[in-house]
Design a protein around this ligand. Structure first.
Ligand code: AMP
Ligand code: MG
Length: 717
């Protein structure tokens, strides 16, 4: 390819054809899915624009004409920023009356491209016979290639993936690139450049563009250390001497099928899911976690941990009346502020409702006994503390309210000492001086703590109910034929494993304030798993499963989510240790009102330490986001390593550690020991996950790393 015809990136436009999405763009997920497919092509594509139109021929055509006329204006010059090289439409390709995208598009095509149509159909027919229900067209208009994808995000993605490697070539030719230069070197060279493999019985493993192999291993910032899969894991450290994974080949793309009914000989031997970095995985979670719902909640302890979905203003003044701050005597301060002298006690005000309502107005020269928090008698300006007074005389008649029935002597006169500069308002809490009626006391987004400050504020001003974000209900499911209840009596038979993940994850999720439903254990059978998940999705907002996401033939989670539940897997592999096969998906479900809602499935690895680490790292941020907590996820703090830590060569590691704070305020981390993913003991006592980079050399004692805090800091003080 000559450099003059090789653009930095080809421009793609996405046209979403959907009457529903045109009314409410929030219902569309095809856009994000397709952008992802383009993004996966290593900066070859730039999605220039996306638009949503209803299933309407005129509107579809208007948009396509607009985009393709930009290409004419550019006159085949692909460096012109206006050139749209590719338009993909999604939706309206079926047999329904309203489906008319192919007709709208065909009428505009200057050239047909049946090869692309064939490519898309052939690929999706391998997935499902329902591919026959899509009627795609493809072709060229002016300098722009146009293809019509089906409407389901999954189908659209599969179709686009089937042809995307061929599209740069097609687009460049369509845009007017020199065909002779483009084809110099023959088909093999073209295949190499496209990163595809030709048929025709060529020997495998020869003549491939090696740079295209396994690029997914290297994706994303921090997604890997740039080393290929090694035969051995290095440096497990901490003296446990466990053997690591042993792998003898480097990963190679060998895409087969994820259809579990095809049996082990046809399954993928390498995960077909691109390897995302942890930060890419977290951004997928942020993007696809459903938006928080708002509910009304009573102000009581059930509010702890909830996040307010509204600003809250004080309904009342606090205090609601002028109240004394001390036990003492209410007085009317004269002009000169001098209150020394002996005064008659004319009334008593207790902190009790109604008390003092009929109290006579206090006059200068009179005083009234008053208790802490009691309302001041009308006319009173200040309160003198009882400590600043002495009793001078008592009443001769006894009042009858004493407990022993004998009555008590009442104060008649009291002397006020050393009070020659008394100010108005002294020892008085004025109305609204703590909180003014109408004042903002808590803001939208504030979280109600268990410390009590927020509940206290709400209670004080008479707010009995508030709007909060509904906290999602979580279901926890273990999977695996070998898994038995953790408390099953008797010895284990060969191959049986006690369910460690379910009790652990249920506890962790409850401790974070979420209602959890125990979904039990599902066997490794596609039908069973599907039925269990369907039922679970009716009851809960987030399903957490463990096991069944490795590469074994009984690892059915991913195919079940995609094929049986019609879900979208946003990621199925993450460059991290432990937790590589962590999977995040959303599934469309009808709620009780018949509304389509999106529910979340996290399929965590089966190994117990991996399950707990990935719960904290990935599930928690999603739960937080759904409940309005921002920023979501564990808090991050810098810590100092208390000893040398070995690093994994190729994946960043989340090392389980104990972080304590010393007398001089330094946070120091020590390892919990062997970090093998099956060793749940590595989580015992751990209050932090250290974010260790990958690399060949150990990190030395004293080095600084970031730690995600799972629990409270230990104190060495
Ligand atoms: P899988 O991904 O299903 O192959 O599981 C990986 C490993 O984790 C296997 O050794 C499983 O036996 C183990 N495992 C899976 N689920 C659990 C569980 N709930 N409790 C303890 N170990 C489990
Ligand atoms: Mg399993």
């Amino acid at each position: 390819m000559s450099s003059s015809t090789t653009p930095a990136a080809l421009k793609a436009a996405i046209l979403i054809v959907s009457t529903t999405a045109a009314q409410d763009p929030a219902t569309d997920s095809a856009d994000v899915t397709l952008r992802q497919v383009f993004d996966e092509q290593q900066a070859q594509w730039e999605v220039h624009e996306s638009k949503i139109v209803p299933d309407d021929v005129v509107q579809i055509q208007k948009q396509i004409i607009h985009w393709t006329n930009q290409a004419t204006a550019a006159n085949g010059d692909n460096n012109n920023t206006n050139t749209i090289n590719l338009i993909v439409t999604t939706g309206g390709t079926g047999f329904a009356v309203s489906d008319q995208t192919p007709e709208a598009v065909s009428a505009l095509l200057h050239k047909n491209a049946p090869g692309l149509v064939h490519g898309m159909l052939a690929a999706s027919l391998q997935v499902t016979p329902f591919a026959m229900m899509s009627r795609p067209v493809a072709g060229v208009r002016n300098g722009t290639v146009i293809i019509t994808l089906p409407g389901s995000p999954k189908g659209a993605k599969e179709n686009l993936q089937a042809v995307i490697k061929m599209l740069p070539h097609a687009c460049m030719q369509a845009a007017g690139a020199n065909s002779r230069a483009l084809h110099k070197g023959g088909v093999k060279k073209l295949e190499q450049e496209a990163g595809v493999e030709g048929g025709g019985g060529r020997g495998h493993g020869h003549g491939h563009g090696h740079s295209h192999h396994d690029h997914s291993e290297h994706r994303g910032g921090g997604g890997g250390c740039g080393v290929h899969g090694h035969g051995h894991n290095h440096g497990h450290g901490q003296g446990h001497g466990h053997a690591g994974l042993v792998r003898h080949t480097t990963p190679s793309e060998n895409p087969k099928s994820n259809d579990p009914s095809l049996g082990p000989s046809r399954r993928h031997r390498e995960s077909p899911y691109p390897m995302l970095s942890v930060s890419e995985a977290l951004s997928q979670i942020a993007q696809h976690t459903p938006i928080p719902q708002i509910v009304t909640s009573k102000v009581d302890s059930s509010l702890i941990g909830a996040v307010l979905a509204q600003d809250v203003s004080a309904r009342e003044n606090v205090p609601a009346f002028r109240a004394s701050i001390v036990d003492g005597y209410a007085v009317v301060v004269p002009q000169d502020g001098n209150m020394r002298g002996v005064f008659p006690v004319v009334s008593v005000s207790h902190a009790a409702p109604g008390d003092g309502e009929n109290m006579p107005t206090l006059k200068e020269g009179e005083i009234a006994r008053i208790t802490t928090g009691a309302p001041l008698p009308p006319g009173a300006t200040s309160v003198i503390m009882v400590e600043d007074t002495v009793l001078v005389s008592t009443t001769s008649s006894k009042t009858q309210d004493a407990e022993d029935g004998n009555g008590v002597e009442e104060e008649k006169e009291v002397e006020i000492l050393a009070a020659d500069k008394v100010r108005e308002g002294e020892n008085v809490r004025e109305v609204g001086s703590d909180i003014k009626q109408g004042q903002l006391i808590l803001g939208k987004g504030d979280q109600v703590s268990a410390v009590g400050g927020e509940i206290g504020l709400l209670a004080a001003v008479g707010v009995g109910e508030v709007q909060v974000y509904r906290r999602p209900v979580v279901g926890v499911l273990s999977t695996g034929d070998e898994i038995v209840d953790h408390d099953r009596p008797g010895d284990l038979r060969l191959g049986e494993v006690r369910d460690t993940n379910r009790p652990t994850l249920i506890s962790a999720a409850r401790d974070w304030g979420y209602e959890v439903i125990d979904l039990g254990v599902a066997r490794d059978k596609a039908g069973t798993l599907e039925e269990t998940l369907r039922q679970a999705l009716r009851q809960v907002d987030v399903v957490i499963t463990t096991g069944g996401v490795s590469m074994g033939e009984l690892d059915l989670l991913k195919p079940t989510i995609e094929r049986s539940l019609g879900g979208t897997i946003h990621f199925g592999r993450v460059a991290m240790k432990p937790g590589k096969p962590t999977t995040f998906a959303t599934v469309p479900v009808k709620d009780n009102d018949g509304e389509r809602v999106s529910k979340v499935i996290f399929s965590l690895p089966g190994n117990p330490a991996s399950a707990l680490v990935t719960f904290h790292l990935f599930v928690l941020p999603s739960l937080h986001q759904m409940s309005g907590i921002s920023p979501p996820g564990l808090p991050k703090v810098p810590v100092t390593l208390g000893h040398d830590f070995s690093l994994d060569r190729s994946r960043p590691e989340y090392h389980r550690a104990i972080v304590s704070v010393s007398r001089d305020g330094v946070l120091t981390a020590v390892s919990t020991g062997g970090q093998r993913s099956s060793r749940v003991g590595s989580m015992k006592g751990a209050n932090a996950l250290l974010c260790m980079p990958c690399g060949p050399e150990p990190l030395r004692k004293g080095a600084k790393v970031e730690a995600l805090l799972m629990g409270g800091l230990r104190s060495d003080v």
